[in-house]
Design a protein around this ligand. Structure first.
Ligand SMILES: [Zn+2]
Ligand SMILES: [Zn+2]
Length: 265
C-alpha cells in the first residue's frame, strides 16, 4: 500500500510505493519489444477504462496499473504505437479529468516523453496523479503571488502569442530550452479553461512537442497550479547532477533569448 512519509528535516512528503518496483523498466533499463498495453487491440492489458473518446477509440483514460498513489490515471493519447501528440481532444480530456479530481489537495498532470524523461512505455501518453497534499514546489511558488500576480505581467522572450496564451522562454530558465505557456486570463488550473481556449492550447502544445523533438528524443511538460497556472516544458538534454540535486541550484547553458529565437523559426 502506498503511504506518505515525511522528510524529518523539511517535512517534505515522499510517496512510499514499493509495489512500483515490479513495474516494467522500473530501474530505467531499456524498453524491449514486449507487448504494448496501450496499443489498440490490447485493451484487456490495462485496468478497466475510466473514459474513452470515439468508437473505435481515439483517446482512453485508465487507472495506472502501478499507481504511485491511489487514483493515479494514465491518458493514452492514440491507439497507434508510433503516434505523436497531435489530437486536440487530448487537451479537453486533460481538463475533464482535472475537474473530476476537484477533491484532491493537488492534481499533478504531466507528460514524460521518452525514456530520458522518465517514461517506461514508449506509446504516447500523459499522467494525472491526485495528491493528498500541496507539493513543496507549489507552496514555494504560490508564495510569490501574495501581493501581485507575476504571470499577469508582460513576459520576455516571447515565442508566440495567441488570443488566450503567451508561449515564452523564462528569463531565468533552469533547463536548456525551457518554455512556459501561460494563459492570459488569471485562471488557476486547466479545469477553468473554455473549449476555445483548450483548442488553442492544444495547438501550442502540439507545436511545442514538435519543436522539442527536433532537439531531443525526450521531453517533459507539467501543469503547475499556482493561483495563475502555467505549463512548464523542456526537452531533456542535460542530466541533473550533484549541484542540482544537492542544492536545488541549476546552471543554465542556453540563453533563453536564443532559445526563443530558435523556437520562433
Ligand atoms: Zn503501443
Ligand atoms: Zn495572474
Amino acid at each position: 500500500m502506498t503511504s506518505v512519509r515525511r522528510n524529518p528535516l523539511t517535512g517534505d512528503p515522499i510517496l512510499f510505493a514499493p509495489e512500483r518496483a515490479a513495474r516494467p523498466h522500473a530501474f530505467g533499463d531499456e524498453e524491449d519489444d514486449a507487448r504494448c498495453p496501450f496499443c489498440a487491440g490490447h485493451e484487456e492489458d490495462t485496468p478497466p477504462e475510466i473514459l474513452r473518446v470515439g468508437n473505435p477509440w481515439r483517446v482512453r483514460v485508465v487507472p495506472n496499473k502501478y499507481p504511485p498513489i491511489a487514483g493515479a490515471e494514465v491518458i493514452i493519447e492514440s491507439p497507434r504505437h508510433d503516434a505523436q501528440f497531435d489530437n486536440p481532444e487530448i487537451v479537453h480530456v486533460y481538463a475533464q479529468r482535472h475537474r473530476a479530481h476537484a477533491d484532491a489537495a493537488y492534481v499533478a498532470l504531466f507528460k514524460n516523453e521518452g525514456a530520458r524523461a522518465g517514461s517506461s512505455i514508449a506509446h504516447v501518453h500523459s499522467q494525472l496523479i491526485p495528491l493528498p497534499f500541496v507539493p513543496p514546489r507549489i507552496e514555494h511558488e504560490r508564495a510569490a503571488f501574495a501581493n501581485a500576480c507575476p504571470l499577469c505581467e508582460a513576459q520576455p522572450n516571447v515565442i508566440r502569442e495567441t488570443r488566450a496564451f503567451t508561449w515564452f522562454a523564462p528569463h531565468a530558465s533552469s533547463m536548456a530550452y525551457q518554455q512556459w505557456i501561460v494563459p492570459k486570463r488569471h485562471a488557476a488550473s486547466i479545469g477553468e479553461l473554455h473549449d476555445a481556449e483548450l483548442d488553442e492550447l492544444a495547438t501550442l502544445l502540439r507545436d511545442a512537442s514538435r519543436a522539442m523533438r527536433s532537439l531531443s528524443d525526450a521531453y517533459n511538460w507539467m501543469f503547475v497550479n499556482t493561483p495563475h497556472f502555467y505549463i512548464d516544458l523542456f526537452p531533456r538534454m542535460t542530466t541533473l547532477a550533484g549541484l542540482e540535486l544537492g542544492t536545488g541550484t541549476f546552471v543554465e547553458i542556453i540563453d533563453p533569448a536564443a532559445a526563443a529565437e530558435r523556437f520562433r523559426s
